[in-house]
Design a protein around this ligand. Sequence first.
Ligand code: DAH
Length: 348
Amino acid sequence: MKSKIEQLKNDALALLEKVSDRENLEALKTDVLGRKGKLNELMKEMMSLADDERKVIGQFANELKGSIESAFGDKERFMFEQEELRRAEDEWIDVTAPGNFPDAGHLHPVTQTMVEIEETFKKIGFTAARIPEIDWDYYVFESLNMPGDHPARDDWETFFVDGPEGPKGKLVLTPHTSNSQVRVMENQKPPIRMININRTYRRQSDTRHLSMFHQFEGLVVDRGITITHLKGVLDYFAKTYFGPNRTTRLRPHHFRFTEPSFEIDISCGVCNADPSVNCRLCKEGWMELGGAGMVHPNVLKSGGLNPEEFSGFAFGWGVERTMMMKEGMNIDDIRMLYKNDLRFVKQF
Ligand code: DAH
């Protein structure tokens, strides 16, 4: 009997030695130490022994049972430690390593320009207006001193929306942002200092023109507003947006909604408007930016204001054009801006 138990122990320890995974360890444990395991079988056999003998053998068997159990325990602990080590190795990460940043985008260069223009005017008290980009003929033309079939309308190659006319005429895709002028005057009493940046549409497309582009429109109305205020605001914008040594010049022009009207030129950043320099970039030191003028009395009237009491100035330029004229831009085709070519867009 004793040797049988001894044998069981030796067999169990030999098998235990070879076991290399938890599953087999569990199986072996059940086989040896389980309720119906080999050791219990032997214990049962012991019941048939005489009392004295059973006492001795029983003690012996219990000792062996203890040592088998502790051998299993040791093995279990060892395996657990090995697993932990392996996991630590497999799942090791360097928490101090710099992360992988997702590819972060940025605003489109035209949007950046719009934000910059708006911020520039906000600094001197202008408020941004939100005005429809599809608007009634009345706000786009009629209220701006351009009645029904006035030939001046031809300057704006306008897209009209097919559909029934409303009380304020047809719907049009705004060909300029000047529709904001009367809309703002209808909603706000002077002093008015508004900046409106919006999409505009014209039937045109070449290196300098797009059928969809953006304009920004400024309007200032109050008592005693003169051309000097206009000139001051334009020079402020030229210096803030283009650079401290830039300035503007007003050239007489004609618009139906301003009197007098001007084309605004900005001094060339390369030759600084020095006529003695034979500049390759500009025409005689100046580059054309856009239109401006003193708000026509009829437009003030459309806005419900008395032209005897109030005066104002307005200006309207292309956003893309303004951006392209910034130093170092080097964009020679306006259509590049809307090609969705990331190699281009990422440069800004
Ligand atoms: N709306 C004109 C255009 O698109 C530009 C313009 C001229 C706007 C004179 C003005 C202005 O506000 O006073 O050609």
